[in-house]
Every structure is written in structure tokens, then in C-alpha cells.
Design a protein around this ligand. Structure first.
Ligand code: FE2
Ligand code: FE2
Length: 324
């Protein structure tokens, strides 16, 4: 029964004025839920205050209405993007986190709804672009907010944010191109969802296990193969994010001139986010400075010009915040 309901924080009800497009429940006992709001009817914020005073901070939405809830979150993201409503940056990070969790849960558990997932992901990337404006401080706030989340979700969104920052700094301003980079980055490791999870944290992989991991770009491509809204740019990013400037990457050992430039951007954001995260390197977690240094020392892996620009963003921003 518990699996039939999706927990949501009471905060979400405050974020929205007007009737909610889904029913809302409270949990009375382990397997007992009761409806407190009927969809499309006005809700009374005072009632929420009364629940909160009773220390009831989690409400529930039926799993059957998960899609309605997801679309509702997209609507909130749109409100933030267009400056309508009362969604500020802090609320937005909260909404984005929930929306991403929902999208990723669907990507992992279902195969047939990628089109809805893509529509949601598009809203998330639009939200990311709006959140980022021209600096990366929001990216760091999102990083903190996602701290407790599953690794793949956090990694994918962080790679998307850093890819967008780098793309903008490299002078890419066309909204369609930025959207493709953001979405490609969000989905770059979607193939991981079909690879044995234990391999990603295992030390000393056998050659066969390593080959299995190295299949994730092709697996990712297969997952998105028949999905509307997946442009060829997104496909190339998924397929090429582990190719290297010196031609030693995988799966096709493409060298510099053959690698799609947005895939080089995502490769840098990917390398950086992996070094920053504990899970990828056993217990070792590197600082931003160490990560950049290691990437620069790995001569030939990344596009050197792009990497220099990325260094300027990361180190430059740190200097700025140190002066504050
Ligand atoms: Fe990857
Ligand atoms: Fe990755």
C-alpha cells in the first residue's frame, strides 16, 4: 500500500495558489491513507498550518496521479522561468529537486514513457538555465540540495548545470543549442540504468566488467532510440561523452576533429563532477582545484581550449566568492 503513494512535503501546497490538479492524502497508519484535498477544488492554506502544527510535514499523492504531479511541478518551474507567481530561487531549487527525482525514478523504472520524461526534462533544463543566469553559485546550491539523492540523479543534473555554464562561457547562446547540451548532459549516462549498479562502486574491475561499463553510451542510445524530442545532437552527446581529444576514448576512439563539440563540453563537466563526487573514486573526494589540476595533468584527454575556459570559470568564481 505504501508503494501506492508518493510522499510530498507540505511546502508544495504553499507554492501554488489555486486548485491543485491532483488529490492529496495524509497517512493515518502504516497502510491507511485518507484524502484531505479533492483535485480541482480550492485548498485552505490554514488547514496546512494546522497539520504542520501537529508535526505533520509529509502529505501524499497517489502513484496513479504521479504524472499529474510531475506536470504540476513543470508548471511551477515555468512560473519561475517567466517570473509569474511567487516562486523564488530557494523554492525553485526545492521544486527542481523533486521534479528531477520523479523524472529519474521514471527513467529507471519504465521504458515506455520517455516522451513524458523528455517533456519534463526540457522544463528542468529551462529551469536550470534560468537558475544559472551568469554565474555558478546556484549550481553549488543545487549541488548541496541534491546531497542526499541517488548518485546518478545528482551526477546527471550537476553535469547538465556545469555543461551549460561552460557552453555559455564558450559563446554558445542559441537557446536550441543550449537546450540540446543541457538535455544531452542530463541524459548522458542514462545507459547506466541498464548496467549492473554494483560495478560503479566496485574496486578492481575485471576486464569483462570494465567492458560492461564501457557499453553504457550505446545502451543509452538504444534507450532513447525511438523517443520523440531526442535530437541528433542529444544522441551524439550520449554516444560521445567518453571519447577523448587524443583518440583514446570509447566507444569509437574518435579523435578531436571527429568529436561533436558539445560532447567535448559534456565530457569536461562529466570528468569534473566525477572527481568531485566520492562515489566514483572509492572514498576519495577531490576539491574543485584538485579536480581541475588532475584534468589538466591528464594531457590529451580533454579539449585543452575548452578546459582552460572551464578552469577560468571554476577558479575565477572561487576568487570572486573569496573576495565577498
Ligand atoms: Fe558516462
Ligand atoms: Fe557521467
Amino acid at each position: 500500500m505504501a508503494n501506492d503513494f508518493l510522499p510530498v512535503t507540505t511546502k508544495f501546497i504553499y507554492y501554488f495558489t489555486g486548485p491543485l490538479p491532483f488529490d492529496v492524502y495524509i497517512q493515518l497508519a502504516d497502510d491507511k491513507y485518507t484524502k484531505i484535498y479533492h483535485k480541482n477544488s480550492e485548498h485552505d492554506p490554514n488547514q496546512i498550518y494546522r497539520y504542520e502544527n501537529k508535526d505533520l510535514k509529509i502529505l501524499y499523492v497517489s502513484n496513479e496521479e504521479k504524472n499529474l504531479f510531475g506536470s504540476f511541478l513543470c508548471e511551477l518551474i515555468d512560473q519561475f522561468n517567466t517570473g509569474k507567481g511567487t516562486i523564488d530561487k530557494a523554492k525553485m531549487i526545492d521544486i527542481m529537486k523533486t521534479s528531477l527525482e520523479l523524472t529519474y525514478e521514471k527513467i529507471i523504472s519504465e521504458n515506455d514513457e520517455l516522451e513524458t520524461n523528455m517533456q519534463w526534462a526540457t522544463h528542468q533544463v529551462k529551469g536550470a538555465l534560468h537558475l544559472l543566469e551568469d554565474d555558478i553559485s546556484s549550481a553549488i546550491e543545487v549541488f548541496k540540495a541534491l546531497a542526499g539523492d541517488i548518485q546518478l540523479l545528482k551526477h546527471s543534473y550537476m553535469v547538465s548545470l556545469f555543461s551549460l555554464v561552460l557552453a555559455k562561457k564558450l559563446g554558445i547562446n542559441n537557446p536550441k543549442n543550449l537546450m540540446n547540451i543541457g538535455l544531452g548532459a542530463l541524459l548522458h549516462d542514462v545507459g547506466h540504468t541498464r548496467v549492473n549498479k554494483e560495478l560503479f562502486t566496485k574496486q578492481n574491475l575485471t576486464p569483462k566488467e570494465w567492458e560492461e561499463i564501457k557499453d553504457h553510451p550505446q545502451i543509452g542510445l538504444k534507450i532513447v532510440d525511438f523517443t520523440k524530442g531526442i535530437s541528433s545532437d542529444i544522441r551524439s552527446i550520449i554516444m560521445q561523452h567518453h571519447e577523448q581529444y587524443n583518440g583514446r576514448g570509447y566507444p569509437n576512439r574518435l579523435n578531436n576533429s571527429l568529436i561533436f563539440p558539445p560532447a567535448k563540453i559534456v565530457a569536461i563537466a562529466d570528468g569534473f563532477c566525477s572527481l568531485l563526487s566520492k562515489a566514483s573514486y572509492g572514498d576519495t573526494q577531490y576539491s574543485a582545484d584538485q579536480a581541475i589540476k588532475m584534468m589538466k595533468d591528464d594531457i590529451g584527454h580533454y579539449d585543452p581550449e575548452f578546459l582552460n575556459t572551464f578552469e577560468m570559470i571554476i577558479i575565477g568564481d572561487k576568487k570572486k566568492s573569496a573576495r565577498k
